[in-house]
Design a protein around this ligand. Structure first.
Ligand SMILES: Cc1ncc(C[n+]2csc(CCOP(=O)(O)OP(=O)(O)O)c2C)c(N)n1
Ligand SMILES: [Mg+2]
Length: 338
């Protein structure tokens, strides 16, 4: 099932708040920055400088739209490995990201010890995930429970793929969060593949959102290539969570514009026709076209934005590459009790 809407982005959905031109441009800047950083990582990988890449390309609207509905410094973000755009909005810098790509000692996620794309940053309340998919979903429910016990009104937002929604962690976490009305937002970024396995071979239902009702929470499917639609449904979920009414499951229907990872050859399971068709749903192109259409962005501004992003990516790459690698004698730090 695809859920890509034909809705022009400016046809307002019910209750959609007016966003200022500055905010719209900020949203676009984060989407374009995530894309540019991601593209640079692939180049570094193919040049033999970065060990591994797993992309957010095609997921930018789902991630930026939802992150803009959260409050930086207050809410908890528990992203999955495709969450580059999510973590940039929530406070990580291109340099933070590149330090992990090059496994440098200053990498805030793990000091250069974990694979890239395991985003974590205590300062920004970004909680790292483990490599087994779905562990972060249980952590989000746990943080939601702690927040409820403490009487705070922060929310825990977590993301994962549709393949992961068949893991036990997903079901246990949604159940507990619904029973105790915890302030958690579960964002499934459904790109219709778990590596090479298509959705029809992963589950016997067409929409992950349907799983919400089995646990007693709203399950909302949204066009995840429509940044404003994702912003709106997440904003409603945040309000619901802060009111104490409990969790929401959001299924953002996205496209995976790249292979699963830099170690995957998608041509063995996706036809060139399919790959070409996906490009019509590129969320960055879509939002850029909308901003031009409503007069918020013109050619000159677009050029300036692209140049400043290119410079930012360049600087982050150079700085990270030149920064120190971990000392060999620290190899066993944090592995065994000292
Ligand atoms: C528990 C577990 N099983 C298998 C894997 C290997 N694996 C890594 S990513 C992935 C696909 C996950 O697909 P999905 O949840 O749809 O996320 P997507 O990569 O499509 O965004 C698999 C099977 C893993 N990391 N952890
Ligand atoms: Mg998937």
């Amino acid at each position: 099932m695809t859920l890509f809407t034909e809705r022009s982005l400016h046809e307002s959905v019910e209750g959609e708040p007016e966003l200022s031109p500055e905010t719209l441009l900020d949203i676009y800047r984060f989407m374009a920055l995530a894309r540019a950083l991601d593209e640079r990582m692939w180049i570094l990988n193919r040049a033999g400088k970065a060990p591994f890449v797993i992309s957010c390309q095609g997921h930018e609207a789902a991630q930026v739209g939802s992150a803009f509905a959260l409050t930086k410094g207050k809410d908890f973000t528990l992203p999955y490995y495709r969450g580059l755009a999510s973590v940039l909005v929530m406070g990580m810098t291109p340099l933070d990201v590149m330090l992990a790509v090059f496994a440098r000692v200053a990498d805030p996620s793990s000091g250069g010890r974990q694979m890239p794309a395991h985003y974590g940053n205590r300062k920004h309340k970004i909680v790292t995930q483990s490599s087994p998919v779905g562990t972060q979903i249980a952590h989000a429910t746990g943080i939601g429970l702690a927040e409820k016990i403490k009487g705070g009104d922060a929310v825990a937002w977590t993301s994962f793929g549709e393949g992961t929604s068949s893991q036990g962690d997903f079901h246990e976490s949604l159940n507990l969060a619904a029973v105790h009305k915890l302030p958690v937002i579960f964002q499934c970024e459904n790109n219709e593949y778990a590596i090479s396995v298509p959705q029809r071979l992963q589950m016997a239902i067409s929409s992950v959102a349907d799983r919400g009702s089995g646990y007693g929470m709203p399950g909302i499917a949204v066009d995840g290539t429509d940044v404003l639609a994702v912003y709106e449904v997440t904003r409603a979920a945040v309000e619901r969570a802060r009111r104490g009414d409990g969790p929401t499951l959001i299924e953002s229907r996205v496209v995976r514009l790249t292979a699963h990872s830099s170690d995957d050859n998608e041509r063995t399971y996706r036809s060139s026709t399919e790959l070409k068709a996906l490009r019509q749903h590129d969320p960055v192109v879509r939002f850029g076209a909308y901003l031009h259409e409503i007069g918020v962005l013109d050619e000159a501004q677009e050029k300036q934005l692209r140049e400043s992003i290119a410079a930012e990516v360049e600087e982050a790459t150079d700085q990270a590459e030149q920064s120190a690698v971990p000392e060999p004698e620290t190899l066993f730090d944090h592995v065994y009790a000292q």
